[in-house]
Design a protein around this ligand. Structure first.
Ligand SMILES: [Zn+2]
Length: 567
């Protein structure tokens, strides 16, 4: 009985979701997009659409349907200031990177920030707090959190599963008559004995457009042997906008037989990182270009593939010409086609023997250790089997261990791996300041990768392969006042701002006190900026105030700033 009820509940919500005109636009300016649903981003699919706000912040934002606020989050990163609004049709709409909330909502948020003594809050809100009618003003657009410029990030989610849905499937007034563009094709030999043209390396082909289709430049018949994968570099565009956006669906047919079909209607946040297997990750790391594969690796569990023959790979055998077609669509049905020919030829290359340290299997946990290094990769972290390579580089100045070269940063990890590095010549008084860093092998630059000292070793979890070693952070964060002069005179009338920065471990805590009471400092991490806005309701004015600000990093190095000023 419960199952039947659930079925009807689901059916009901699907019908409701499909209704035309259910959602109004969240803005009253023309709907122009700078980002599309499921567009490929670093380590994730874009979970909504990015609506342009004419290059400015402060554009009024309206709720798209009747509902109530169910969640409000404020963070120095991610969506910054964000509202989540639940609707009766079983969906939640999300509005991110906001500059400010409507007065009563802002008051509610601030009360909670003072109660929790924290700028960062993630509030579950009861339906009775903020009931909303379609078209009610709720916020002003902004650039908060990890936004790269003023815009509104807008999402429609399935309330129950929290899976983001493709908003372009609903009837928003978005103009799009432009089909996806194809820039380049890649052919990738997938086994040791397969090749493209005359060797075992990935090969890129320039693409040209004529006769209504895309073709490989000069239209060659490409000779291949063995197991081959195809990948394409593509972007989609909306009318009246130059922003690169993502495609909706991709299909591979060989000799008119379907091999691969992929379509982006919805996904779950848990599977978003599979994007690193959807693209050719090595080319992305080396060239910052994204080639979307038309096959899947065995450890890729992404749910958005809807048809696969031989996992989308092509096995070239015999002396035969094959017609390959790759069809691309955007959500509005604008379609592009790439067509080319391959001919399977017998193998003619001699294999080179590969050297490696250990064979890792994608379907299980993998471990590797030496006398001063340990690596533990959990099950589900690798997309494919791996000929794992490892070496050390000599102990360099400023480091308290060897540099451990853990395979290559061009191979993606789906889950964090744990590493342990033995320290070398680390003085006892610096043990609590030691951490692991990730070193760029080309520039020598390094970034904190966390970790704590334990019995001569530092352990941490890493999300990428690469070069790792131990350093120490003894330098406290820097606090630079922007609104208080050396003689304690204020230079801004309604706020106090500081630039804060840390050299290595990163800023962990910011605590501001005004006249001995906790005071809210808003944190804008991308600009290293913290701001206290003077608040008549919480602090008396026309008197001298004591300000005390402490900023600490993840290695417990602390900087304190104190000032007395008249306000
Ligand atoms: Zn966005």
């Amino acid at each position: 009985m419960r199952k039947i009820l659930l079925f009807f509940a689901l059916l009901g919500s699907i019908f409701a979701i499909g209704q035309n005109g259910y959602y109004a636009s969240p803005v009253k300016i023309p709907l122009l997009l700078s980002g599309s649903f499921a567009e490929l981003r670093s380590n994730h699919f874009h979970s909504g659409i990015d609506i342009k706000t004419q290059g400015v912040t402060g554009i009024p934002i309206y709720v798209v349907a009747d509902g109530f606020i169910s969640r409000i989050s404020v963070s120095s990163i991610g969506f910054g200031n964000a509202l989540y609004i639940d609707h009766a049709n079983g969906t939640t709409t999300v509005y991110g990177h906001l500059e400010s909330f409507r007065g009563d909502i802002a008051k509610y948020v601030k009360e909670n920030q003072y109660r929790q003594k924290s700028f960062k809050v993630d509030l579950k809100v009861l339906p009775k707090e903020f009931p909303l009618k379609k078209g009610d003003g709720i916020a002003k657009s902004g650039n908060s959190g990890s936004s790269g410029g003023p815009h509104l990030h807008f999402e429609i989610r399935d309330t129950k599963s929290e899976e983001p849905l493709n908003p372009l499937k609903y009837d928003f007034d978005i103009k799009d008559g432009i089909p996806p563009k194809v820039f380049s094709l890649m052919m990738i030999p997938l086994s040791n004995d397969s090749y493209v043209i005359d060797d075992n390396r990935k090969r890129r082909f320039p693409i040209v457009f004529y006769d209504g289709k895309y073709h490989i430049k000069n239209n060659p018949t490409v000779s291949v042997y063995g197991e081959i994968g195809f990948a394409i570099e593509t972007n989609d565009y909306f009318d009246n906008s130059l922003n690169k956006c993502g495609i909706y669906s991709l299909q591979l047919t060989i000799d008119d037989e379907l091999y691969f079909s992929h379509q982006l209607d919805r996904f779950s946040f848990d599977e978003s990182r599979y994007i690193n297997s959807l693209i050719d990750y090595e080319t992305f790391i080396n060239l910052k270009r994204r080639f979307q594969k038309t096959w899947i690796e065995p450890g890729n569990k992404l749910s958005t593939y809807n048809y696969l023959k031989e996992n989308g790979t092509f096995k070239a055998r015999g002396n035969k010409i094959h017609q390959v077609k790759i069809q691309l669509k955007d959500t509005y049905g604008n379609t592009s086609m790439l067509e080319f020919k391959v001919v399977s030829k017998p193998a003619k290359i001699t294999q080179t023997q590969k050297t490696f340290d250990k064979e890792f299997r994608y379907e299980r946990e993998n471990k590797f250790e030496t006398k001063d290094f340990q690596l533990n990769i959990p099950q589900g972290a690798l997309y494919d089997n791996l000929d794992f390579e490892y070496k050390t580089l000599p102990h360099a100045l400023g480091y308290f261990s060897e540099i451990h070269v853990i395979h290559k940063n061009t191979v993606p990890l789906h889950k964090s791996a744990n590493i342990k590095i033995q320290t070398k010549s680390l003085p006892q008084n610096l043990e609590s300041k030691a951490l692991i860093v990730n070193i760029d092998d080309k520039t020598g630059k390094f970034w904190a990768a966390g970790g704590n000292f334990e019995k001569g070793w530092i352990n941490s979890s890493i999300r990428t392969f690469g070069n790792y070693a131990v350093r120490v952070d003894t330098i406290p964060p820097n606090i630079k006042p922007l609104s208080i002069q050396t003689n304690n005179k204020l230079t801004e009338s309604n706020q106090i701002r500081f630039k804060i920065s840390d050299d290595l471990a990163g800023i962990e805590k910011i605590k501001g006190f005004l006249d001995g009471k906790w005071a809210l400092f808003e944190y804008d991490a991308k600009n290293n900026l913290i701001t206290h806005k003077f608040d008549k309701e919480r602090f008396d004015f026309n008197k001298n105030h004591q300000l005390r600000l402490t900023v600490s990093d993840y290695k417990n190095n602390v900087t304190t700033y104190e000032a007395t000023f008249w306000k």
